[in-house]
Design a protein around this ligand. Structure first.
Ligand SMILES: Nc1nc2c(c(=O)[nH]1)N[C@H]1C(S)=C(S)[C@@H](COP(=O)(O)OP(=O)(O)OC[C@H]3O[C@@H](n4cnc5c(=O)[nH]c(N)nc54)[C@H](O)[C@@H]3O)O[C@H]1N2
Ligand SMILES: Nc1nc2c(c(=O)[nH]1)N[C@H]1C(S)=C(S)[C@@H](COP(=O)(O)OP(=O)(O)OC[C@H]3O[C@@H](n4cnc5c(=O)[nH]c(N)nc54)[C@H](O)[C@@H]3O)O[C@H]1N2
Ligand code: SF4
Ligand SMILES: [Mo]
Length: 711
């Protein structure tokens, strides 16, 4: 099913960068040996030919010698051996049938892949539902599920309210809280936001850690911009100070609040006895700085909020984002160009994977699976009964292993590194009866798999993806690098046909799958492959003439009442806060060179050359306190595990807060993180855990030049 027609050595092929949700267009070429290389795409719609370090290096991991080339089966002795596809499928089907019949089981869990195409995520959710469960999910759960919950609940749609281009044109304040676009969405930052800033826009960054966003706008070097550095997990008190300052100074947009919102009285009540001084102290930010930031936001003609993992990945993630919504609604900063509450989406297709229904509570197009009318509508097309109870989220599935979950089908996720509390995840995976991993490499998770199915990579196949501002774009592939790999789409159809044999998975290529998606998901109904073309189309696109909306809510919100919902929220500290034994707060974040669990970026020569290993940022005062010099190796220990990493002594981080990344296998931040969830969105608290720190190898030690021993 790889696109022989589009690829080969006939010339570069236009596709989309496989890393982040900005959705930059790139070209790829292939030589006679099958090696794939990068070419710029000069007039690509999102990026006009610009590219960040990851986009330019993306093909390196495609050619890497670690690529899976053939199906692998684990024998009884625990060893993996190569097998034919038929043999591998037989094992998969036999186990899946057995698990389904187990009366104590919920039927197993399915993980979709935010690196795979819309069509493939559509198929895995259809496979799960045909199999008898709604327990299908993707990494969106660990990412922006809390943001989506709050946005959907209070405004109507779970996506960015505005698009990058209209923000560039119209916003005069960018309020960036818990997001680092300078590293995580570099082209959005350099191409769109930077342009606006050059033309006079102000940036207010709220982040415990200084980073490339801070530096790219020279935030600390002018009076125009501000960097507020709160302690992790204190965003609610900080934003409540902002909101109370706005109320006290009559900076509320009364007309907007009266006509387009509800719940303002509730906010007023919440803030009535609220003590601004105490809250600012709790956040560790001078009160006058927060007040000044509030004034800058409230005085803007158009102010846009950007929200990221620093807000979403807390047990109070939904409330964190609700408070940002409160800020936008109270000041009338919604429903116009240059405004809104904007989650820059993470992976190249995390938006699309959710849009096409790889979520436990919704069918394609965000249609409620528990609504009998919705199910009946989709059943007309699918011709099988859809289970009515919402399924488990991926982290809940993981928690249920050994109890009600006995089998996992993982298409392109790496939970051993990406879920919180790695040591427990590994113990649970040992308890599974059966796990199939479908990936492009033998990942840390694949070490626990019974069957490993080798997929083609993004560069070798066709399909569509949705970027952060809802632009649906086509990806096109070159020839397979390894002949015995298969597209995710083909694998899912083969498994579906073998399991059910009823025609539900008879598709001849991605366009046929997309045609079915259009029938069941109204937001895609007006799109076809031809219309998407090279420019892409934003959803919602209900009818063939629709161009999609550049920004949402110009006339009203899509909540039931048509009003935007304001709701006062109160501080809920992280579930684990520092104490005598574990005196520091650890938070985790990303760096520009590496990507999530690093399976791809660690297999890129360029990226590993720039950043070969993990590190922890420690404030100079903490370094003094614990006797740490820059370059020492330190042991970071939480109640759940420990890692050894290089210490970087820097004022980038706040005193009392240490900062590391989730990217490196031997020292991944998730050995330490706390596996507690937001009640509603079920997102883990990746951004706050209590730790202690101790020098293990000093920089002066001659051994220190080498990587640390694993003791
Ligand atoms: N280079 C690169 N780009 C990526 C990725 C990658 O791994 N590498 N991953 C992609 C994915 S999947 C996603 S979801 C996005 C994520 O993009 P971002 O949302 O930018 O991700 P993070 O770096 O995890 O977190 C953002 C910031 O939150 C800050 N933070 C930590 N705790 C708190 C807190 O309590 N409050 C506040 N206000 N801030 C806090 C961190 O210091 C960090 O600077 O990036 C995507 N793009
Ligand atoms: N401590 C901490 N942990 C975090 C976070 C954090 O900020 N801090 N962030 C969380 C967030 S936002 C996210 S999104 C998750 C990410 O969690 P994961 O989704 O588990 O991590 P990735 O590394 O993106 O995994 C993608 C997998 O897909 C495989 N893959 C790539 N292309 C293909 C393909 O075409 N087909 C198939 N079948 N497989 C493919 C890759 O090899 C890799 O194994 O991590 C979460 N974990
Ligand atoms: S900004 Fe994102 S999509 Fe664009 S090249 Fe960089 S990683 Fe790829
Ligand atoms: Mo993410």
């Amino acid at each position: 099913m790889s696109s022989e027609s589009d690829g080969g050595s006939d010339g570069p092929t236009k596709t989309i960068c496989p890393y982040c949700g900005v959705g930059c267009g790139i070209q790829i070429a292939q030589d006679d040996e099958g090696e794939v290389s990068f070419r710029p795409w000069g007039d690509a719609p999102v990026n006009n030919g610009s590219i960040c370090i990851k986009g330019g290096a993306a093909t390196q991991s495609v050619n890497h010698e670690d690529r899976l080339t053939d199906p692998l089966i684990r024998d009884d002795d625990g060893e993996l051996r190569e097998a034919s596809w038929d043999e591998a499928y037989d094992v998969v089907v036999e186990h899946m049938e057995r698990t389904r019949e187990d009366p104590s089981a919920q039927g197993g869990g399915f993980y979709g892949c935010s690196k795979a195409m819309n069509e493939e995520n559509y198929l895995i959710q259809k496979l799960a539902r045909r199999y008898g469960t709604n327990s299908v999910d993707t990494c969106t759960r660990m990412c922006h599920s809390s943001t989506v919950y709050a946005l959907k609940n209070s405004l109507g749609e779970g996506a960015m309210t505005n698009s990058m281009a209209d923000l560039e044109e119209a916003a005069d304040v960018f309020w960036i809280q818990g997001a680092n676009p300078g590293e995580q969405h570099p082209i959005a930052n350099s191409q769109y936001f930077r342009q606006a800033v050059l033309e006079g826009a102000t940036v207010i960054q709220v982040d415990p850690h200084a980073n490339k966003t801070t530096r790219s706008f020279e935030i600390t070097e002018t009076d125009r911009h501000m960097h507020l550095q709160p302690e992790p997990g204190t965003d609610i008190p900080l934003l409540n100070v902002v909101l109370k300052t706005i109320l006290e100074n009559d900076w509320v947009d009364e007309e907007f609040v009266a006509e387009r919102t509800k719940g303002f009285e509730d906010l007023k009540e919440t803030l009535e006895d609220f003590d601004k001084e105490a809250a600012a102290e709790e956040a560790g930010v001078p009160l006058e700085d927060i007040e000044l930031a509030a004034e800058k936001y409230a005085m803007a003609n158009n102010a846009a909020i950007f929200t990221g993992m620093g807000m979403s990945q807390h047990t109070c993630g939904v409330d964190n984002v609700q408070n940002e919504i409160n800020l936008a609604l109270t000041t009338g900063n919604l429903g116009r160009p240059g405004t809104g509450v904007n989650p820059l989406r993470g992976q190249n297709n995390v938006q699309g994977a959710s849009d096409v229904g790889a979520m436990p509570n919704v069918l394609p197009g965000y249609r409620d699976v528990s609504d009998p009318e919705v199910r009946a509508d989709v059943e007309e097309v699918w011709d099988f009964e859809i289970p009515s109870d919402p399924g488990l989220t991926n982290v809940e599935v993981s928690h249920e292993i050994g109890d009600t979950i006995h089998g996992l089908y993982i298409m392109g996720e790496n939970p051993v590194m990406s879920e919180p509390d790695t040591n427990r995840v590994e113990e649970r995976l040992e308890e599974l009866d059966f796990m199939v991993v479908q990936d492009i490499y033998e990942t840390e998770t694949a070490e626990y798999a019974d069957v490993i199915l080798p997929a083609t990579s993004w560069a070798e196949r066709d399909g569509t993806v949705v970027n952060t501002d809802r632009r649906t774009q086509r990806m096109r592939g070159v020839d397979k690098v390894h002949p015995n790999t298969k597209d995710d789409l083909e694998i899912l159809c083969d498994v579906g046909n073998r399991l059910f044999g009823d025609g539900s998975f008879d598709f001849d290529g991605p366009e046929e799958v997309f045609e079915e998606l259009r029938q069941v998901a109204p937001i895609f109904h007006g799109m076809t492959y031809d219309r998407i073309g090279e420019e892409g189309i934003h959803w919602p696109c209900y009818e063939p003439g629709d161009e999609g909306d550049a920004y949402l809510y110009s006339d009203g919100f899509t909540t039931e009442s048509g009003l935007g919902r304001i709701e006062g929220v109160r501080h809920q500290p992280p579930k684990e806060t520092p104490d005598e034994e574990y005196p520091l707060i650890l938070t985790t974040g990303r760096i520009i060179e590496h990507y999530n669990t690093g399976t791809m970026s660690r297999r890129s020569e360029t990226l590993t050359h720039v950043e070969p290993e993990n590190f922890v940022d420690v404030h100079p005062n903490d370094a003094d306190r614990y006797g740490i010099d820059d370059g020492d190796y330190v042991t970071l220990k939480s109640r759940r595990g420990e890692i050894e990493v290089e210490a970087r002594v820097t004022e980038d981080t706040k005193e009392g807060t240490v900062w590391t990344t989730p990217h490196f296998a031997d020292s991944a931040g998730n050995r330490l993180t706390n596996d507690v969830l937001d009640d509603r969105a079920k997102i883990p608290e990746y951004k706050a855990a209590a730790v202690e720190i101790e020098v293990s190898v000093t920089a002066n030690d001659t051994d220190a030049a080498d990587a640390p021993a694993d003791d």
